[in-house]
Design a binder for this molecule. Sequence first.
Ligand SMILES: *Cc1c(COP(=O)(O)O)cnc(C)c1O
Length: 400
Amino acid sequence: MTDSVYDDLDVPEVINATGTKTRIGGSLIRPEAADAMRRAAEGFARISDLQARASELIQDVTGAQAGYVASGASACMTLAAAACIAGDDPAAMASLPDTEGLADEIVVPRTHRTGYDHAYRVAGAELVDVGANDAYLGTGAENTERWEIEAAIGADTAAVAYVQKEYTTPPLEAVVEVAHDNDVPVIVDAAAELPPVENLERFIDLGVDLVAFSGGKAIRGPQTTGILAGREDLIRSVAAQQLDMHAAADAWVPPAELVDVDALGGVPRQGIGRGMKVGKGELVGLIRALELFVEEDHEARTAEWRDRAERIAEELADEPALSTSLAAASATDVAPTVTVSVDEAEAPVTTAELVRGLREENPRIFVGADALDQAQFTINPMCLPDEQVAYVLDRIRDRV
Ligand SMILES: *Cc1c(COP(=O)(O)O)cnc(C)c1O
């Protein structure tokens, strides 16, 4: 429908009414960040210098001692695990994901297990999950007790992992306390927890040792970026395991903030993170996007999303086969979301057929499909520009 590069390639464009989803390209990169990436392509910079510059910005906006950029929050989680397991030992770095003889266990409350924690195992970590699912029994019992985490921590523990979601328990404060009482670092997966912008600082304020955010979700940086913020010694370990390490020792002068040459006692080999590299373009684009995300008028942006969502909800509610409701930004969505219920007796298609049909159009239209079994789909206004709203509504109306 536009003169898009995807059309040039004969690849169907996607109209994104479902929010920041990796499989359809994440979010819309900020134009200023895209422009910075194009300018980055015109010349060279040492990647480690760009990482050091990114680290400065990450320190400023999170309050952490240091920061790093890798190819996604998921890559940052792998690197976090690698840093907690290998520390500053080049021999350990070289052996990962083989962890024989190393403390390689990551303790995680069982209800925090997600498909994303595969990222920790990539580094060689063994996940030790503790607790139960008792909160849902309605007896007042907790999912994870402090003593369960404490009992699981031992000589083989490398870290405690935590997934930040509105519904996760125990409170992060309590997990940090029990981990630190036992001299073990805490890694937090906060990939999708921005906005609110305050979350950039929140985890570091709570004493978390490493926290990962996606650069390609609401920050609207390059889709292949993630931010890791945290302790300087751990970020140094990350750098040593991620940067291109084919260097001549005598001519090796990496930025001192990121690589402590003396502590390493020599040039490490290519590390576990080498395949998670970001280029000069991603680094420059992420830096620009993060600067802009922090400066953004977050209230105005939220109001814009809400207005758009309200308009969509009102218009679709006029369809006899549809009813709508508006949910505030919730545990899983950073933007207000329109839930559309389909009266399957009234509509000529089931909800699944409707959603699938929209995806098969050209351009493809993606709406949220998390509640098809309840005859519902969702519309998230975050990645759906105003100019595309009428088109999406027309296409939906045409099918019901
Ligand atoms: C999106 C997401 C990730 C992965 O982030 P990428 O930046 O795409 O690698 C990890 N964990 C959670 C909870 C997420 O929502």
